[in-house]
Design a binder for this molecule. Sequence first.
Ligand code: GAL
Length: 654
Amino acid sequence: MSRVRIKSLMNDKKAWGICDMKKVTTAACSAILLCSAAQAQSADPLAPTGSWSAYTAGRAATPPMGWNSWNAFAGTVDEEKVMGSAQRILDSGLAGKGYRYINLDDGWMAKRRLSDGHLMLRAEKFPSTAASSDKETPSFKPYTDKLHAMGFKAGIYSDMGRNTCTQAWAATDEDLPKGSVAEREVGLHDHIDQDIDMYFREWGFDYIKVDGCGLRDFGPNSAKVKAGLHRALTPIMDLGAISRTDVAAVQKLFRQVGKAIERSRPDGDFIYSLCIWGAANVRAWAKDVGNTSRTSDDITPAWGRLLVNFDSAVHRGLYAHPGSWNDPDMLYIGAGDFDADHITEARSHFALWAMLNAPLLIGADLRKTPDTLMEIFGNADIIALDQDVAGNQATVAYDSNDVQILIKTLNNGDKAVAVFNRGSGATDVNLQATQLKYRDDAPVEITDLWTKKQLSFTKETKLRVAPRETMIFRARGTRALADGFYLSELPGKVNPAVDGVTRPIADPTIFRTAYGWGGTRGAGDRPQYAGWGGARADSAPYGQTLQIARKTYQSGIGILVNSRLEVRNDRYRRFATKVGVDDSATDKTNVVTFIVYGDGKRLAETRPLKWGMPAEPIEVDVSGVKLVELVARSATTENEALPVTWGEAALTGS
Ligand code: GAL
């Protein structure tokens, strides 16, 4: 067997090295290679798998839409309040527009029955549960039956620890579970299979939100634990410090819940929503574990808080795909800065969430919501952006602290455009055809999705944007890349299976609001959400312009070294890119090899490249290939110092 032939059998560099070094016979060498290849397959995260690894179980091909009780009612939720909002969704026509999930948040639990571990609900708050056949054990089945009969799906809430968030934070114990310390342990911890089976099989829920305060707020030093109210559970998660978090342990628990849901709902009709607010580096791994994942702490009805939540997701488009979405929290339209006296802010909130492919979960008491706000929820053109089946979260085409331009590629090739004025003064914005990756010598037609006004421009147009306004358009022009797409236009098809981040750190770019939980007491909000430095579309991992040896790339994927990207290909014949170490790297010594695989087979490999060397072009035939994998490999363990660029990476030629 020739050296070349052996090499082509291999996907693994280390095994190749072993064989070469040992200078063994051809037969022995192939045996070693096969064995090492098998080992490498399991041990080497950069080895190609030929299969898409992001989560696709459940029913989240597009982001879930519906209603949740928390923002409007917190712990005071009851059946009348839920049904009142559900009825309005039906009567107003919102149900027909996709608002489907009616979700009960924290506040429904009475206690855990110690004889059999069964969870008891607050029957007095949910009178339909009295119809249960076993009078001793009220069941939510009549309640979910009612919602199902109305055409809705039903959602429930739990916590990954022994206790929930209201148990950690509520000022009074009025709406909290009652009884002994053990009876008040209503969370999933140690009861995963039992509770999940009850929620999905017995009670008929279709959606679960799993919160995380139980893993964080009940350490031996917590006031409530010290007061004897709760049993201590050593925290494995800390929102403020990733180094005080056991990421693997947190992940393991959430995976366990996912598996339990899949067992209890074998037909796959479920949504699994993770709620750990960006802690435990969840912004990197939730895409492999559940259908939606909170990227930040709770939204409040305040403009500054909207910015925090928006920022926590906006640069993370590559981490969202059909089946698994970034969740910047529920809509707060209907209160505070987003009430009927703040239509501009309310519209911005809705438009931005749609551009992020966020779940559209209304958080208002719809029994009282004025029509002006109902019209916002009902804007079918904007809902269509959120629900577009391509599942491409918007990419930031222009970024600043004042104005951002977001572009999202839709399934039919149109673009959605949002021009967001974050600030408090009106501003002029130049929207350019090139920002949409359209040719600047051909007209671009845009339709304003609020006013429905149409406009055509060539090269660029000037827009006057009011304070806190988000102008939102659907656009059509002539593509600069005529016969395909840059990967950065298709984040829904690109999965950073391994993003190279070895030391997750807090993201310093997220707006920190003065509206913190404690007013302006103490030292203020610190950067806290992990996920800084991950894979990015049209940007280096830490926000710099993509550059290789001083040449700038307007389009491309920036990622750290020792990474593997999975790219879905449904119809293209050619994959081309220009690769190299990004100029933003601080490691000027280590070399990087770029390898492209098609359905697990090596298609191309560069020579070793290091900082300052010009980009190396790669062009391969991917006809019939379903999954392209892009690996950037180096001997270093300091991945953070070595950002790499897949410049102008594109699939073309359908
Ligand atoms: C928080 C969560 C909120 C809400 C609340 C209930 O942790 O982020 O969305 O569910 O708990 O106590």
